[in-house]
Design a protein around this ligand. Structure first.
Ligand SMILES: NC(=O)c1ccc[n+]([C@@H]2O[C@H](COP(=O)([O-])OP(=O)(O)OC[C@H]3O[C@@H](n4cnc5c(N)ncnc54)[C@H](O)[C@@H]3O)[C@@H](O)[C@H]2O)c1
Length: 253
């Protein structure tokens, strides 16, 4: 079991979905967590349910002042910052020609530039803490093409690339940077997903992923157990990115 005792983590988009599962798991493994989101009611309720080990901060990842305020809570309330999970994102699915440039920009501003702002803000406190771990939540849509995902997919490919660039620059300062690539995960982002055995028959593991499936990986990457892992991209997707599970039988005579 991954040990996060003594770690202080900031998780963006942590009011619900995967971020909330990560906050619960981090606290269960001994970490102190600053949960941030634009969803104030959900975020506050989650932090209260976790007791003294968690705080909620209203934080829009597109705003540098919000970043500074959120990190100040980690430093002021918990005495440092060891892990940053860039999890906040918005999703859209529509044909490229129907995607307005303004919408494309908005998706990049939250999903990619938001994480970039976070990395910039986290470096100094992490160096002061003696090193740290940054986990960027990309997507299967950041590993391959996905129809009708030009804006979202570009943001997730960008985040995967930013992960590599940041790992190069920040490794010498003791900061590891990795990307996580979830497949279909049952959260409010894609409400039509169902769960349970057989819920996703076109995957090798045959089911939709749960937020807790992703949280285990994120906790591992945030922990000292992953001390020699940086610049990596790790899938948690039921086998989606491993290959084609169903091959169309078009050549059978
Ligand atoms: N659900 C999936 O199938 C899936 C698949 C691959 C990757 N992902 C990624 O996983 C991460 C978590 O998503 P989720 O599935 O939990 O979805 P979610 O919609 O439940 O959670 C995303 C959170 O980000 C917050 N957020 C949005 N804009 C924000 C902003 N400007 N500032 C701060 N917070 C903001 C939302 O309020 C929400 O709480 C995202 O990066 C998402 O792109 C999800």
């Amino acid at each position: 079991m991954v040990d996060l005792e003594g770690k202080v983590a900031l998780i963006t988009g942590g009011a619900r979905g995967q971020g909330a599962a990560e906050a619960r798991l981090f606290v269960a493994r001994g970490a102190k967590v600053v949960i941030t989101d634009v969803l104030t009611d959900e975020g506050r309720a989650l932090a209260e349910s976790l007791g003294g080990a968690a705080r909620f901060v209203r934080h829009d990842v597109t705003d540098d002042d919000d970043w500074n305020a959120a990190i100040a809570v980690a430093l002021g309330e918990f005495g440092g910052l060891h892990a940053l999970v860039n999890n906040a994102a918005i999703y859209t699915r529509k044909p490229l020609v129907d995607t307005e440039p303004e919408e494309f920009d908005r998706i990049l501003r939250v999903n990619l530039t938001g994480a970039f702002r976070g990395i910039r803000a986290a470096v100094t406190p992490m160096v002061q803490a003696g090193g740290g771990s940054i986990v960027n939540i990309s997507s299967q849509a950041g590993l391959e093409g996905l129809r009708s995902h030009s804006a979202y997919g570009s943001s997730k490919w960008g985040l995967r690339g930013l992960t590599k660039m940041a790992a190069m620059e920040l490794g010498p300062q003791g900061i590891r940077v990795n990307s996580v690539h979830p497949g279909p995960i049952a959260t409010p982002m894609i409400p039509q997903l169902t769960t349970g055995p057989g819920s996703y028959p076109t995957l090798p593991l045959q089911r939709t992923g749960l937020p807790e499936d992703v949280a285990e990986l994120v906790a591992f990457l945030a922990s000292d157990a992953a001390a020699y892992i940086t610049g990596a991209e790790v899938s948690v997707d039921g086998g989606l990115s491993a290959g084609k599970f169903f091959v169309p039988n078009v050549i059978e005579s």
